[in-house]
Design a protein around this ligand. Structure first.
Ligand SMILES: *[C@@H]1O[C@H](CO)[C@@H](O)[C@H](O)[C@H]1NC(C)=O
Ligand SMILES: *[C@@H]1O[C@H](CO)[C@@H](O)[C@H](O)[C@H]1NC(C)=O
Ligand SMILES: *[C@@H]1O[C@H](CO)[C@@H](O)[C@H](O)[C@H]1NC(C)=O
Ligand SMILES: *[C@@H]1O[C@H](CO)[C@@H](O)[C@H](O)[C@H]1NC(C)=O
Ligand SMILES: *[C@@H]1O[C@H](CO)[C@@H](O)[C@H](O)[C@H]1NC(C)=O
Ligand SMILES: *[C@@H]1O[C@H](CO)[C@@H](O)[C@H](O)[C@H]1NC(C)=O
Ligand SMILES: *[C@@H]1O[C@H](CO)[C@@H](O)[C@H](O)[C@H]1NC(C)=O
Ligand SMILES: *[C@@H]1O[C@H](CO)[C@@H](O)[C@H](O)[C@H]1NC(C)=O
Ligand SMILES: *[C@@H]1O[C@H](CO)[C@@H](O)[C@H](O)[C@H]1NC(C)=O
Ligand SMILES: *[C@@H]1O[C@H](CO)[C@@H](O)[C@H](O)[C@H]1NC(C)=O
Ligand SMILES: *[C@@H]1O[C@H](CO)[C@@H](O)[C@H](O)[C@H]1NC(C)=O
Ligand SMILES: *[C@@H]1O[C@H](CO)[C@@H](O)[C@H](O)[C@H]1NC(C)=O
Length: 452
């Protein structure tokens, strides 16, 4: 969220230099005779097949040739078993299907990826695979392995060098690449693949329309979760995109399962199993003064959410009197968002609307500068499960809907959430509300808690 300090940027440069020193000679070729990328590609009528070199040699150049030669009205077969990739995969395809049955493994070389990944102009996100074009299917039983551990370790080291409290995932100096970005594309489907060991968000849908992800398996867990957690490993982020479907997928991670970022409209997220995440979230929105952020027409249904920080979440920044603010004062709206059939088991905050993001500890500020992002037409239907009890705010709170500007037309029905662990300290859940105009449309009693 907040940028890295100069100190941390300097730390990142040092860290990258150290990495280069620790890996001075290896060029990854292990003495095997160099082949031309063309030699790895088998061309046939209607498509091409890429065979890996093996021995940890870079298959990136051959993949790029195939993405170019077979870029339209083609089939690209990637049978594997294992492609080692040390090149950014920039692919713009038309009427083309990629059959990914092998695994694409990004080389764990921070020195290479940091400067070379494609910059996405949002939260300093960068990607190692920029998948663009129209009428594209990426499918198969294979996947992408982001070699995340080296990035999580390096990120933890950076934080320990002075970045503590830094919420943001990356800077342009130390940019952890997203394994797969669907970017500036239309009618793109990703089906069946896995994305594991993600350095940062697993995937971003960026400036695209009509994008479907289904039957996806995502998993990113650190071998050192306490010292070097798999930080910022959101399942999906969506930005400036519309008509998105994400369904029938499994996400095991340590940050949002799905996060709707500014200007996401018409999205459906259904039949999801999320373990260890930070929930299915809208926002954060309204961060930049005068910039309009819109999230609307979102339907989230049939979610199993286990061991999560949040279940259903909206977060917007407060307003600001500073026209240069990068911490509130944005405009826009959150409208027509539904979460239905949501089973939240062991979630710290099963339902949470944060209307004064980043300033919760300063209620006077929230009162003085209410959010200028409007929130309306929010529906919560059929929630089951229980809060972990980790959140000590309020008394046995399972739902917290706190708006700094007024929230309109929030409805809740069939909400049956408990607080505390089964057989340990479980009890009925409580709800708190701030500036909710439609208390009579909530089927639970909501205690009004002003900012003061
Ligand atoms: C992006 O990176 C730059 C330079 O590293 C940094 O100053 C800025 O705060 C970062 N922005 C975000 C949103 O993280
Ligand atoms: C990626 O490919 C597109 C289309 O060919 C091109 O416009 C763009 O400059 C490339 N980006 C990078 C970083 O190579
Ligand atoms: C894609 O296929 C459609 C027909 O289905 C055709 O009209 C269009 O020209 C094709 N696109 C390209 C880039 O070849
Ligand atoms: C990592 O990438 C850098 C920059 O491309 C390169 O100089 C270095 O040899 C690579 N290191 C390894 C271990 O492959
Ligand atoms: C995508 O497919 C549709 C339907 O077949 C076709 O009309 C359109 O031209 C295709 N787009 C491109 C860029 O080829
Ligand atoms: C775990 O991470 C911490 C902090 O970065 C580090 O000090 C420690 O050595 C790591 N432990 C292992 C087993 O890698
Ligand atoms: C709900 O999602 C789960 C996967 O998490 C799936 O097994 C189940 O069939 C879905 N239920 C309905 C009614 O679609
Ligand atoms: C979102 O869309 C609105 C309306 O089209 C536009 O004014 C605003 O600049 C967009 N915001 C972002 C972050 O793209
Ligand atoms: C609300 O959003 C859903 C999901 O995109 C859409 O189907 C529905 O038509 C929208 N409702 C209104 C009133 O716009
Ligand atoms: C914003 O208001 C605060 C008082 O709440 C004041 O101290 C500050 O100078 C104001 N900032 C601007 C840019 O007007
Ligand atoms: C409520 O949601 C649960 C799963 O979260 C589902 O099993 C149940 O069928 C839903 N009830 C109704 C009435 O739809
Ligand atoms: C918690 O309970 C105490 C004592 O019953 C009450 O005074 C207080 O208002 C409650 N706080 C909240 C946030 O519900």
């Amino acid at each position: 969220m907040l940028g890295f300090s100069q100190t941390v940027a300097a730390g990142a440069a040092l860290l990258l230099a150290n990495y280069a020193l620790a890996h001075p000679t290896s060029n990854g070729h292990h003495g095997i005779t160099e082949k031309k990328p063309e030699d790895q590609i088998e061309y046939w009528k209607g498509g091409c097949t890429v065979h890996p070199l093996g021995g940890a040699q870079d298959d990136g150049p051959a993949l790029l040739v195939a993405f170019d030669k077979c870029r339209s009205n083609s089939i690209i077969n990637l049978p594997g078993p294992l492609y080692t990739v040390e090149k950014v995969l920039n692919s713009t395809l038309f009427n083309t299907t990629i059959n990914l049955d092998g695994v694409i493994q990004y080389t764990p070389n921070i020195t290479y990826w940091s400067p070379n990944s494609i910059f996405l102009e949002y939260q300093n996100a960068t990607t190692a695979w920029y998948l663009s074009g129209e009428n594209v299917t990426l499918q198969g039983s294979g996947g992408i392995d982001g070699s995340g551990q080296v990035w999580w370790n390096a990120y933890a080291t950076l934080k320990s060098q002075g970045g503590s409290g830094v919420a943001g995932g990356s800077t342009r100096v130390f940019a952890r690449p997203v394994p797969l970005a669907v970017a500036r594309g239309k009618h793109i489907t990703v089906d069946g693949i896995s994305i594991t060991n993600s350095p940062f968000w697993h995937s971003i849908i960026f400036e695209s329309s009509y994008v479907t992800f289904k039957n996806i398996y995502m998993k990113s867990l650190s071998s050192n979760e306490t010292g070097a957690p798999a930080a910022n490993t959101d399942g999906w982020d969506t930005y400036r995109s519309d008509h998105i479907v994400i369904r029938d997928s499994v996400v095991i991670n340590g940050d949002d399962c799905v996060s709707f970022k500014p200007n996401t409209t018409f999205a459906e997220v259904t039949n999801m199993y999320c373990d260890g995440s930070h929930g299915i979230s809208v926002g954060s929105l309204g961060q930049y003064y005068g910039v309009a952020d819109i999230v609307s027409d979102i339907y989230v249904k049939n979610i199993t959410m286990l061991n999560a920080q949040n279940g259903a979440r909206i977060k917007v920044f407060p307003g600001s009197n500073d026209t240069k603010s990068v911490s509130g004062g944005g405009t826009g709206y959150v409208r027509n968002i539904t979460w239905e059939n949501f089973d939240c088991e062991n979630c710290d905050n099963p339902i949470i609307v944060t209307g004064c993001y980043n300033y919760d500890s300063n209620p006077k500020y929230c009162q003085q500068y209410p959010s200028t992002v409007q929130i309306s037409d929010i529906n919560l239907i059929n929630f089951t499960g229980y809060a972990s009890g980790a959140n000590k705010v309020g008394n046995h709170t399972v739902g917290s809907i706190r708006c700094s500007g007024e929230c309109e037309n929030v409805t809740a029905k069939n909400i049956d959430l408990l607080w505390g662990r089964p057989g340990v300290n479980q009890t009925t859940g409580n709800y708190i509300c701030t500036n909710v105009a439609s208390l009579n449309q909530l089927d639970f009693p909501c205690q009004e808690v002003p900012y003061s």
